[in-house]
Design a protein around this ligand. Structure first.
Ligand code: S3P
Length: 186
């Protein structure tokens, strides 16, 4: 079975944009956990956070991830908080190669400067400090969830797609013999 390609990483690392392009190259379908959540609830992520709170959002998100992980030949772009849920990551790793998109704090700050739709980055306070603190908390989860890591700072979109596909294919070649199901491995 050909494993899925799962993109994880901090907000604004390009998971959706890169994922859509990778899916086109691989001939896979593209799915995005935030989009699925918005479709299922009929609300935007920001509205969902405001009306139901983060905990309820995380419960809905975990269900969305469980469902997406059951698909095959799919590229899945995940919300930035997904790797904090170990069951979600276990489900994604069972059927897919998990690729971490990484970017420096400067790049993340630049890309989220005009953010309006990400509740965790909205509000008063120093945006750099907010990103640094979230990233410091999350980095160990991101690193341990990932089979492969791709640096995206100062790399063009095409360049990132190329690197992701190359690393994905190399991982599949090394870890999945023809006819074998995808094994959990690093
Ligand atoms: C979140 C990331 C967002 C979205 C929600 C929470 C997070 O997705 O799921 O705002 O906890 O990092 P993106 O990573 O696509 O921005």
């Amino acid at each position: 079975m050909t494993p899925n390609l799962v993109l994880i990483g901090f907000m604004a690392t390009g998971k959706s944009t890169i994922g859509r392009r990778c899916a086109a190259e691989l001939g896979f379908r593209f799915r995005d956990s935030d989009t699925l959540i918005e479709r299922r609830t009929g609300r935007s992520i920001a509205t969902l956070f405001a009306e139901e709170g983060e905990e309820t959002f995380r419960t809905i998100e975990a269900q969305a991830i469980r469902d997406l992980a059951r698909g095959s030949r799919v590229v899945i772009a995940t919300g930035g908080g997904v790797p904090l849920n170990t069951s979600s990551i276990a489900a994604l790793r069972r059927t897919g190669v998990v690729a971490l998109l990484w970017a420096s704090v400067d790049v993340l700050l630049d890309r989220t400067r005009y953010n309006t739709r990400r509740p965790l980055l909205a509000g008063d306070g120093d945006p750099r400090a907010r990103i640094e603190s979230l990233l410091a908390n999350r980095e160990p989860y991101y690193r341990s969830a990932a089979h492969i890591t791709i640096e995206t700072s100062n790399v063009s979109c095409e360049g990132v797609v190329e690197r992701v596909l190359e690393a994905y294919r190399a991982h599949v070649t090394h870890h999945c013999l023809p006819g074998e199901t995808h094994r959990r491995s690093r």
